[in-house]
Design a protein around this ligand. Structure first.
Ligand code: 13P
Length: 273
């Protein structure tokens, strides 16, 4: 089932409320999702503890729909620890390295992940903004060349390929998103069976997401900031409420807010099929 033929959202979770909110959205829609963890989140809990929390909160009937995925990570030791703890899918982000080194480091993780039957995501190019200490503000000329992307696909062995195509992590507050469809579409034309990944999913105009899914081979859409916004807003509303010491009300509201935010994404992606 993974990677699914349709596009699965990958939601960054960072506590029990976000895990429960995202799982509630998956349960309500029967849609495959990646439950995605940043390296910082993993280090905060420890891999076995975080896997234990996820497993405790993940009902048996949802297990085929959910993959636990490690987001941007450049540390092979942490990747190994996650694989040992039961992650189904890991990202090695060596995109800041020159292409030959990126290919070598990615293929080493592919070899590492093989006995675990885990998927590996690699990245080529630049995703703007900042996610967990990774990446810088992308410049338009940072869009990778087609032949480099194809070489990365062919030689790294990665199962999922993130291509820097003009998106950025976080809000597009100072300039609008400009997604360079031509590179995604050229890659998809040349390697139609390779699932591509779009990072920086929050705030990409919906027509761009639709085109990237339909014509650009995007099969995994990463969403983090939208869930953080939903969680933060619900926390702020609770703090401003008449009885903030009823903390469990705040917890329940946060789960519902994250669920609704995740549902919006899932419903949009489902509408494209
Ligand atoms: P956003 O924070 O822009 O949604 O991006 C998430 C992401 O790409 C995680 O890797």
């Amino acid at each position: 089932m993974f990677p699914p033929a349709s596009t699965a959202p990958a939601f960054n979770i960072f506590n029990a409320e976000t895990i429960m909110g995202v799982l509630a959205a998956a349960a309500a829609t029967n849609h495959p999702i990646y439950l995605q963890t940043s390296a910082s989140t993993v280090r905060t809990f420890s891999p076995p503890a975080l896997a234990g929390i996820v497993n405790a909160l993940l009902p048996l009937n949802l297990r085929p729909l959910v993959r636990l995925h490690l987001d941007h990570c450049s540390d092979p030791d942490l990747i190994r620890a996650c694989l040992d703890a039961g992650w189904h899918s890991v990202m090695i982000d060596a995109s800041a390295d020159p292409l030959p080194l990126n290919i070598r480091r990615t293929s080493e993780i592919v070899a590492l992940a093989k006995p675990y039957k885990a998927l590996v995501e690699g990245e080529i190019g630049v995703v703007g903004g900042e996610e967990d200490g990774f990446e810088s503000y992308g410049a338009p000329d940072a869009i990778p060349q087609l032949h480099d992307v194809l070489s990365f696909i062919d030689n790294s062995g990665a199962d999922l390929i993130a291509v820097g195509a003009g998106t950025r992590h976080g809000h597009y507050s100072d300039h609008p998103c400009s997604l360079h469809h031509h590179i995604l579409e050229a890659v998809h034309l040349a390697r139609p069976s390779t699932p591509l990944v779009l990072h920086g999913g929050t705030g990409i105009p919906l027509p761009d997401v639709a085109r990237a899914v339909r014509s650009g081979g995007i099969r995994k859409l990463n969403i983090s900031t939208a869930l953080k916004d939903a969680w933060l807003s619900s926390q702020q509303a609770h703090l401003a409420s008449s009885n903030p010491h009823r903390v469990i009300d705040g917890v329940q509201n946060s789960i519902a807010a994250v669920r609704d935010s995740a549902l919006t994404v899932i419903h949009f992606l489902s509408s494209l099929q």
